[in-house]
Design a protein around this ligand. Sequence first.
Ligand code: FAD
Length: 469
Amino acid sequence: MREIETEYLIVGSGAMGMAFADTLLSETDADMVMVDRHAKPGGHWNVAYPFVRLHQPSAFFGVASRELSRFEKDKVGFNKGLFDLASGAEVNAYYDDVMQQTLLPSGRVRYFPMSDFKGDGVFTSITGGQETKVRYKKLVDATRLTVDVPSEHTPAFTIAEGVDFMPLNDLPTLKHTPRGYVVIGGGKTGMDACLWLLQTGVEPDAIRWIMPRDAWMLPREFAQNSDEFFADTFGNQANQLAALAAAENVDDMFARLEEADCIRRLDKAVRPTMFHAATVSQPELDALRRIKNIIRMGRVSALEVDKIVLDGGEIETGPDIVHVDCSASLSRTMPQMTPKPVFEGDVITPQTVRSFMPVFSGSMIAYVEAHYDDADEKNRLCNVVPLPNAAEDFVPMTLAAMMNSYNWTQDKPLRQWIRGNRLDGFTKLTHNIDPDDAEKMDILMRIRDKAPDAVGNLMKLSETLNATA
Ligand SMILES: Cc1cc2nc3c(=O)[nH]c(=O)nc-3n(C[C@H](O)[C@H](O)[C@H](O)COP(=O)(O)OP(=O)(O)OC[C@H]3O[C@@H](n4cnc5c(N)ncnc54)[C@H](O)[C@@H]3O)c2cc1C
């Protein structure tokens, strides 16, 4: 077995591993080895569906050292008027550039694609078969948030022979017009499949959408990190804090958040029970609402030639119906996502330390690794923000994220570094505001005034949830 040595063995060159490596490169002079099963960096983006795009602006995705956004607002389509969302192809090309132009030329990163990490520092080349033992100081397990994608997952239901079934990756390969479509899955992937079908000319009535759980969604209009959207983005944050501070219980919290347009749902008559932080624009939501055949009968257990069997009963189908698999779900990978300390002995496990911002989190964890020694302090600064699954998970997630933000503001060098990090996206916009700018000052004051009450109330709501769990 070949043996090599490094300071940091990073397993996973997805979004998290790349954000971590990039910041570790700029903040230290450490040597790194990166190992991944994929042929290229970018993790799940290598196998994403062809019409995938980021859900949030490119301006705060990727790695800290390299821009991804064109800083152009979309002129047409569902994202019209909002900042660019990189396509899957752009994201893949970007990560390739980061590897080829930044990480590898540094001479401090060795990259082993097509390599399966087996544990105990050993990885095997998938193509050549040879084994390599890495002697390392720290192991960075950047596989914890590994995404279950439609093209690679095994559905949790049976599919009879003769049923036309495909992951949404294959939709663009259709050669004839089927009688109709059944989209299986109510998450963001299901939404993307429905939107693509509508955009390519499918009538809404030709789509049946199986939705085991309805989701709360986040409005993309208020996740725009440019000065011209200051009032929208930060005004919405102030409204969110006011809603959180005033909520009498969890139901009331969702009602207030919806009233303030901080969260959205497909159908106002249906109470969502899921929250995976899917981000949508209002035009996307309007388009999705044109689909009236929503099947809310639980999960699919079997696709048969003439019917679909669900937890709550059966629906008739028939020949020439395309069943689109969008059932790869975050909840199926949740057990491996149970938070664990980021820093534990010689293992670093990057996870989210700010809600909805995995790549900022990867970068932040590398910064803390580079500049702090005490493990307790490192874990205090990088307290894991649990990924949400059920709707009420919004409460512990938001509370943990707000506590982290507060802790970070108490540390001046860290505060300054965050402000300068492109992956943070927003903090720089609140810096050096002209005190005479009454509108911006008013928004910032509202945020400052309401934040402590919001945290206090989230603690109470969290206790209620724990008591009823
Ligand atoms: C459709 C979609 C849109 C998204 N849009 C956004 C967005 O707009 N903004 C945003 O911030 N986030 C977005 N995300 C989330 C983000 O892209 C990443 O999914 C998230 O950061 C998790 O990345 P990761 O690196 O942890 O996981 P992955 O991308 O799954 O990478 C993990 C890597 O680890 C490798 N690996 C695992 N086990 C082993 C092993 N034993 N040996 C070798 N290699 C191994 C895998 O091959 C993989 O490459 C989106 C996700 C999806 C699915």
